[in-house]
Design a protein around this ligand. Sequence first.
Ligand code: OSB
Ligand code: MG
Length: 374
Amino acid sequence: MLTIDRIRLREIRLPLREPFEISSGTVSQRRICLAEVTSSDGAVGWGEAVTDALPNYSPETIDTVWLAVRQWIAPRLLGRTLVGPQDVHDSLASGIQGHLMAKAMIEMACWALTAEREEIPLAKLLGGTRRSVATGISIGIQSDPAALVDRARQAGESGYRKIKVKIRPGADHAFIAAVRDALGAEAHLMADANSAYTLDDADHLAGLDTFDLMMIEQPLGQDDLVRHAALQRRLATPICLDESITGLERAQDMVALGSGRIINIKPGRVGGFTASLRIHDFCEDAGVAVWCGGMLETGIGRAHNVALASLPNFTTPGDLSPSARYWERDVVTPEWTMDGEGMVAVPWGEPGLGVAVDRARIEELTIRTELLGG
Ligand code: OSB
Ligand code: MG
């Protein structure tokens, strides 16, 4: 049984070590919403929203997350007794449309709280099996191909198992060609467009087929499952959907329509772990590869992602870079690290998140806080 007594929301500001540019915008300092959920027996679980300041990746922002939790999500959950974290997703499904990132933050905090309380690793609670997870890097748009090649080379040398390059019209073929040329035929390369193209660009995108990419992620708009299907028919490169997959039904639609062949599961985007597990299991049955994406999370969101990526059907390296790729100093101890083979250890020896939340560090970064319930 799980009774949620209170939820503390926090906004922290955390500068990235270097700006991260995608087709729809650049972020230099992250605005991150964290939630600390406390149960009636005093257990605590942390959640992190995958939003930022602007609605460029999805309609949600840190401010809509805050509003949705305060106005609709917290009142639905506070003081209610649930059988367990498995119930949170469906409890929030009816009567609150959308706001999946806000729901995910709270839902995932409830799973972390339960793992903490049962003194088992979050990975185990979720049904994970891997001792370590393979990681890839996501490299933002660079000023020119030579700068991108530098980054990609460094990444390859540090052990990353997959190199994802952000693209947009005007920064695509020449950039990818340069990286393929520099890293050789064996390198595991992919591109992520974050919806920067339209179906009119089909021939242009088919030109990427010669670079033997593992996949091209989200070339078209979030709602464009039908157009993605038309595009996939014209590409040899598999399409991977990110923004479009907001739950199990969209994953089923992708398969039914042929809109893509691979799914980037971000638990923070699909409404949390329950939805992620449903998508994972469906894809396993359907023979669709999945991998765990990232949203420049702190060590808290990273703990959630690493735990999820330990499930068996996460067969492709995730965007699970170590803390030092993003921050001067993370908000957890120990920080997340990666070995020379591109593997991140799943903390099986520790209960809950598997890392300690550094409260003093978080306090220092906090801009605002609000206590709901209690
Ligand atoms: O599309 O995967 C994406 C970051 C911000 C917004 C969208 C995306 C990303 C990333 C970052 O690719 C991956 C990471 O966390 O390292
Ligand atoms: Mg993406």
